[in-house]
Design a protein around this ligand. Structure first.
Ligand SMILES: NC(=O)c1ccc[n+]([C@@H]2O[C@H](COP(=O)([O-])OP(=O)(O)OC[C@H]3O[C@@H](n4cnc5c(N)ncnc54)[C@H](OP(=O)(O)O)[C@@H]3O)[C@@H](O)[C@H]2O)c1
Length: 431
C-alpha cells in the first residue's frame, strides 16, 4: 500500500484532533482510500504541554524547517494560524514541491492571491476545507458538487461566537454584555473577542466563499464590515415583534452586473431557515441557478469538526498524488457578468430604524419630512411607549433605500432638537 507522508506544523487544538483521527482511524481510512497516511514529523513551539493524544517524542520538533526541507514529506499541514510565520512556511513548502492543507482563513483571505499563484506556478495544491464552517463540507460542495452552477448569492452565519451572543439576546433576553460574558464562560469567545464580534473573522470566511462562487478574490478593504457590539436588547426585541430575527450575516450577492460583498448585523424574516440557526452553529445559504437554494448547516468550530475537514483534505490530496493529478488550487472561473464591486453607499436595502424622540406633536412629521426629502418611503411606524414630553422609541421599517440616502437622512434627523440619541439603523434582507 502506498504511503503518503505528512508533516504537521501546529500541534494545538485542531492539530491534536488531526493526529487523533489519523491514529484512531488508520485502518478505516486506508481501507477507504487504498493509501496509508503517515505522520512523519510534528512541529510546535511548545513540545511539553499535555495533549489528549500520545505521540512518540522522536516525531516532535520545534523547527518547521525539518518538515519543509524533508524530501520524504509529500503534504504540509499548516495549523498554527495567523499570517506570520504561516505564510512563509507555506511558500517555502510549495517551493520545495509540497502540497498544502491549511485551516487558516485569515491567511487565505489576506494573502491568498500570492499563495494560490505560487501554488499554480509550482503545480501544487492548497486545500482549505476547515477554513470556513469547520466540518461543514462547504468548500468541496461549492468547488465540486455545484461545479456547473452559477451563483446568485451567499448568506452566511459563519461566526459561532457572534451567533451565540445574538441567540442569547433573542432567546434569553440577555444584554449584549451578559451574552458576551456567558460566551466567554462557556469557552465560545476568546478573552479578546474583537475579531469575532466586530465581523473580521466573518469577512475572512466571506472572502473565501466569494472567491469560490464568483471567482473574485476581494481585498479585505473592499468589504463593508460592521460588527454586533452596538446591537441593543431593545432593538432585538422590537424587531422580533415585527417578525424579524437578527443575525450577523456575511453576504455576497450579485445585483445586476455588480457584486455586493458585506458583513453586518442583518434582520431576516423569522420564518427563514437561517433565522433558526442558534447558538454557536454556522449556516451558509447558497442560491444557485441549477441546484436552487441550498443550506449548509452545522457546528462551525471545534477540535474534531475542524480536524474532520483537514483529514478530508488530506484524503483528497493523497488521491491526487496517487493518480499523479494536479487539480488547480481552485476551480475558480471569474463570473464575467460581474463588472465591478458595488460600493456600500450604493447598496439598496430595507431598514429597521429606531429614533429616540420627545413624545410631542409634530415629531413624526419632521422625521418623515426629512426621509421624504431623500426619497425614502416609510413602510410602517410604531411608537413603543406614550410618555408625554419624555423620550420614547419610535420604530420604523422603511422600503428599499440607498445606503447613502439613508445615512444623509439620519444625519439630518439626528440634528433635530426633538431627537435625543443617535438613531439606530439595521438592514433587512428578505432572502
Ligand atoms: N479551533 C477551531 O475550532 C478551528 C476551526 C476552524 C479553523 N481553525 C483554524 O485552525 C488553525 C489552528 O487553530 P487551533 O484552534 O488549533 O489553534 P491553537 O490551538 O492555538 O493551535 C496552534 C498551535 O500552533 C502553535 N504555534 C504557533 N505558532 C507557531 C510556530 N511559529 N511554530 C510552531 N508552532 C506554532 C501554537 O503554540 P502556542 O500555543 O504555544 O502559541 C499552538 O500549539 C487556525 O488557523 C484556526 O483559524 C480552527
Amino acid at each position: 500500500m502506498k504511503k503518503i507522508n505528512i508533516g504537521l506544523i501546529g500541534f494545538g487544538n485542531v492539530g491534536t484532533g488531526v493526529v487523533k483521527i489519523l491514529r484512531e482511524r488508520k485502518s478505516f481510512l486506508s481501507d477507504k482510500t487504498g493509501l496509508q497516511i503517515s505522520i512523519k514529523k510534528i512541529c510546535d513551539k511548545n513540545l511539553t504541554s499535555r495533549r489528549s493524544v500520545f505521540v512518540d517524542r522522536s516525531l516532535l520538533t520545534r523547527n518547521a524547517e525539518e518538515i519543509i526541507n524533508d524530501p520524504q514529506i509529500d503534504i504540509v499541514v499548516e495549523l498554527i494560524g495567523g499570517i506570520h510565520p504561516a505564510k512563509g512556511y507555506i511558500i517555502e513548502a510549495l517551493k520545495r514541491g509540497k502540497n498544502i492543507v491549511t485551516a487558516n482563513k485569515a491567511l487565505l483571505a489576506e494573502e491568498g492571491r500570492e499563495l494560490f499563484s505560487i501554488a499554480r506556478d509550482r503545480q501544487k495544491s492548497i486545500y482549505f476545507e476547515a477554513s470556513v464552517g469547520a466540518g461543514i463540507p462547504i468548500i468541496k460542495s461549492l468547488r465540486e458538487g455545484l461545479v456547473s452552477n452559477k451563483f446568485y448569492s451567499i448568506f452566511g452565519i459563519v461566526n459561532g461566537t457572534s451567533n451565540f451572543i445574538l441567540s442569547q439576546m433573542s432567546e434569553n433576553n440577555c444584554t449584549f454584555n451578559d451574552a458576551l460574558k456567558e460566551a466567554k464562560l462557556k469557552g465560545f469567545a476568546e478573552s479578546d473577542p474583537t475579531l469575532d464580534i466586530e465581523g473580521v473573522d466573518s469577512v475572512h470566511k466571506l472572502i473565501i466563499l466569494t472567491y469560490l462562487c464568483f471567482g473574485r478574490l476581494v481585498d479585505l478593504d473592499d468589504v463593508f464590515i460592521e460588527g454586533i457590539s452596538r446591537i441593543s436588547l431593545a432593538d432585538v426585541n422590537y424587531a422580533k415583534e415585527l417578525g424579524l430575527e437578527i443575525k450577523l450575516l456575511a453576504i455576497a450577492k450579485k445585483v445586476d452586473d455588480e457584486l455586493e460583498v458585506r458583513v453586518h448585523p442583518t434582520l431576516i424574516p423569522k420564518s427563514h431557515l437561517l433565522a433558526s440557526v442558534a447558538g454557536v452553529n454556522n449556516a451558509i445559504y447558497v442560491s444557485s441557478d441549477l441546484a436552487g437554494n441550498l443550506l449548509f448547516y452545522g457546528p462551525g468550530a471545534g477540535q474534531m469538526s475542524a480536524a474532520s475537514a483537514v483529514v478530508a483534505d488530506l484524503v483528497d490530496l493523497t488521491q491526487d498524488i496517487k493518480a499523479g493529478l494536479f487539480r488547480p488550487t481552485l476551480n475558480v472561473v471569474s463570473d464575467k457578468l460581474i463588472k465591478r464591486l458595488r460600493r456600500m453607499d450604493e447598496v439598496e436595502s430595507r431598514y429597521y430604524i429606531r429614533f429616540m424622540a420627545l413624545d410631542k406633536p409634530g415629531v413624526l412629521a419632521k422625521i418623515s419630512g426629512i426621509l421624504a426629502k431623500f426619497g425614502i418611503s416609510i413602510a410602517s411606524v410604531t411608537q413603543k411607549e406614550r410618555r408625554k414630553a419624555h423620550v420614547v422609541p419610535i420604530v420604523m421599517i422603511i422600503h428599499e433605500a440607498k445606503e447613502k440616502n439613508l445615512r444623509s437622512a439620519l444625519e439630518e434627523i439626528d440634528h433635530l432638537s426633538v431627537i435625543k440619541q443617535k438613531s439606530v439603523a439595521i438592514r433587512i434582507e428578505q432572502l
